[in-house]
Design a protein around this ligand. Sequence first.
Ligand SMILES: Cc1cc2nc3c(=O)[nH]c(=O)nc-3n(C[C@H](O)[C@H](O)[C@H](O)COP(=O)(O)O)c2cc1C
Length: 324
Amino acid sequence: MSAMTRSAAPNNIPTSKMAEYYSRRAKHGVGLIITESTATSSTADGFPNAPRIITDGQITGWKKVTDAVHKDGGIIFCQLNHCGRISHTDYTDGQQPVSATDQRARGINKRNNQPYSKPKRLSQLELKDVINEFRTAANKCMLAGFDGVELHMAHGYLLDQFLDSRVNDRNDEYGGAIEGRCRFPLELASVILEELGENKVMVRISPSRWMGGVYDWPDLDEMLEYLLPNLDKIGLRMLDISCANANYFDTSGRIIRKARPLWPHLLLGGASLSKDDAQNEVNQGLVDLVTYGRLLISNPDLVQKFRAHSTLDEYHPNMLDRLE
Ligand SMILES: Cc1cc2nc3c(=O)[nH]c(=O)nc-3n(C[C@H](O)[C@H](O)[C@H](O)COP(=O)(O)O)c2cc1C
């Protein structure tokens, strides 16, 4: 199950209803669950009622979720995220969002119909604070009973703001050429890997994704050829290639074909694939695990339906109104 923000955590505290929602998927046979985006600090948040993992209350709330999932035989990773400039002061307890840049993101934040807040460019000293927040959050995930964490480097959030040459306009060693733009995400991942070990850390990237059209990193091949071997070098062993809500074969399916020769370790990918397409991707050795998002909202029993060759219930966005 891929990460899906549900905005059902009042005061940023995971609820019993969330425990039921996740454990229902585990009970029906989902092997690995990645939680919704979870903020590592108040400035990292970017959504209404999204969970965080900072306070004791938030850890206790998550513990209810992980206990329920484990009781039903599942494995659950927490997606740790910093939204960076894809945020608004409404969601950061009034603090100015931060980014690789001080340029405001274009467009309107769909959550509150406001323009995104103008971000503050992170200083090098503040980059260390962000890493420490992730490190603390990762350790709190262990206290909360998670089996691991997924570091969100995808979909235009903070770590992707560093990777993406259209956003990262820094002229220090954390910007410029590919090596500079990859430096901060790699430093951060390296610290979390040292802290938790290779079996507990996954990274999600989206070199090609939907942004009102299919959008690729401008220097796609060079980025993959630098970033993937360097993720390998720092000890990462699990990589999730996402496309946000785009057609798989136009986006992440295409990237996975470029990434596989560069990535000999566990590779995850998918986006609403039919059972046959998913099986083909696995049989060809392109991915090791196929991820499902929306179909797991409309079909908590997706695994059983696949096994029984049953018809699937179609996803509709109004299903997001209720957490079931
Ligand atoms: C309602 C919703 C919320 C999402 N929230 C997140 C998120 O918090 N983090 C993330 O990495 N991806 C998020 N995604 C993207 C999904 O993880 C997934 O990559 C995408 O939906 C494509 O897969 P699918 O076609 O199987 O749904 C979200 C998608 C949806 C539909």
